[in-house]
Design a protein. Structure first.
Length: 70
């Protein structure tokens, strides 16, 4: 899978070229414009946040045994 974000200069597709993990939940991603006449490079920050309300654990279903006709 390839990360793409529109170039802020020309609007063409920007392709992720490098990714640096700063912590368990933060990455810095370098992008390069796919339009050769633009060629702009830019950096983004991807950060994951926990939900505001904790998501409750769902009860795990017990495995079922299959009954086969003899």
């Amino acid at each position: 899978m390839r990360f793409t974000i529109a170039c802020p200069h020309c609007g063409a597709r920007g392709i992720a070229r490098a990714m640096k993990k700063e912590s368990v939940t933060v990455w810095m991603i370098d992008f390069q414009c796919d339009d050769v006449t633009c060629g702009h490079t830019y950096r983004t920050r991807l950060e994951m946040f926990p939900p505001v309300v904790p998501i409750p654990m769902r009860k795990r279903n017990e495995p079922m045994e299959f009954a086969f006709n003899d």
